[in-house]
Write a protein that binds this ligand. Structure first.
Ligand SMILES: [Fe+2]
Length: 392
């Protein structure tokens, strides 16, 4: 059995807040998207999605549900992966021009973060750059329903929106309670049409969320219980979901994403995401792939300062015997490496197109990302550069 010590060493519930939207989860429930928007008081929905979801037929289903609920809608799909400031600003103009009054985001992190960006601008005005950082939003957002269709972003429950600043070529992290939606609606059936490579990259994003949330200095019993549940689902099902893509495995990845999202939205993240944001923004490359490469190196960096949490983590990752601190650290390192290898995740920054000469400026940019504030181990520019060089 897992040592009782682990339970005693769990963080106490001092001064913590835990915020989540209303959550609806279940296969076939995309059909409820219309009733969700209607009961938030909407008449004209601004539906944000993308071409891939449209081609797969999910946008049609969403539109049908909106019409059945007696709602009008405007469809907006002028967004790209790693959504850009000008796309969000164009969306906000269109929302206002059309007189929309509720926003629905259907898709991966890009569609959902774009929906959040539009929501921020239509109620607060200005440029999306004005809201970078923590708690810069002063006016409440219009009603927002988010429907994730990947295994990993967590944007549907999180207090984060990440938008690319196209002038600086850098992702801006916007953090505010305001950007958590009113309703998170997950229909795991939508994962059936997720391209194979995205199962791996989005599930490894969820893995990074869960681990960073678990190690975060702002973690609590409420975030840990969700992080551990996510890690357990990922340890048991990630590799099979990538290889076989059976509906039940994909559903468990959607569930892992939801738990990891609830954890990181409230405990925040760490160095993986602080580094992944400037890298993803600068090269416009897939977020989950960058995380998968950075995760083992950041975990290695964090291990010496999270020793009390390692036995519970090792147990969750499937090693059911008593371990001392050093053994638990080895197990955690090995298990994460093995999971990423077996899933076929990318393993070097070089393979993603990152250039060695850019590493110093990427390390410098990461120092000002809000995610670094909750890293369990303080890191300076030299530490960050060393992590990048090891991951190169
Ligand atoms: Fe992420």
């Amino acid at each position: 059995m897992m040592g009782h010590d682990v339970v005693k060493k769990s963080p106490a519930l001092h001064h913590c807040k835990f915020e989540v939207p209303e959550i609806i989860f279940g296969r076939g429930l995309l059909s409820q998207i219309g009733s969700c928007a209607r009961r938030l008081g909407g008449n004209k929905v601004f539906l944000v999605s993308d071409q891939g979801l449209f081609n797969a037929g999910w946008v049609d289903q969403a539109m049908h549900s909106l019409l059945e609920a007696g709602l009008n809608f405007v469809y907006f799909d002028q967004i790209t992966p790693n959504p850009k400031d000008h796309e969000v600003e164009a969306g906000a103009k269109e929302y206002i021009r059309q007189g929309a009054d509720v926003i629905v985001g259907l898709g991966g992190g890009s569609a959902m973060d774009a929906a959040k960006g539009v929501a921020i601008l239509v109620s607060n005005g200005g440029s999306i750059r004005d809201f970078e950082g923590s708690d810069k939003i002063s006016r409440p957002l219009p009603p927002l329903v988010l429907c994730p269709t990947t295994c990993g972003t967590g944007s549907d429950v999180s207090q984060f929106a990440v938008i690319n600043d196209s002038r600086r070529h850098c992702k801006m992290t916007i953090m505010s309670r305001c950007v958590a939606p009113d309703i998170s609606l997950t229909d795991p059936d939508t994962l059936a049409t997720l391209p194979e490579e995205y199962v791996c990259t989005t599930a490894t994003d969820a893995l990074s969320h869960a681990l960073e949330a678990f190690f975060s200095v702002a973690s609590s019993t409420l975030t840990d219980v969700n992080a551990i549940r996510a890690l357990s689902l990922l340890a048991n099902g990630l590799v099979r979901a990538v290889r076989e893509q059976r509906p039940e495995d994909l559903e468990s990845m959607a569930r892992a994403s939801l738990h990891a999202g609830m954890a990181f939205s409230n405990s925040l993240l760490g160095i993986v995401h602080a580094l992944a944001h400037p890298i993803g923004g600068y090269y416009d490359i897939n977020h989950g792939s960058v995380n998968a490469v950075l995760l083992p190196e950041v975990v290695r960096f964090d291990l010496p300062v999270v020793t009390e949490k390692l036995p519970e983590l090792a147990w969750t990752l499937g090693v059911h015997r008593d371990l001392n601190g050093r053994e638990a650290a080895e197990v955690v390192e090995e298990k994460i490496e093995a999971m990423l290898d077996a899933a076929g995740a990318p393993r070097t920054l070089r393979s993603l197109g990152v250039k060695r000469e850019d590493l110093p400026q990427l390390a410098r940019k990461a120092l000002s990302d809000v995610c670094i504030l909750t890293s369990p181990r303080e890191a300076n520019e030299t530490d960050l550069l060393r992590i990048l060089e090891r991951a190169f």
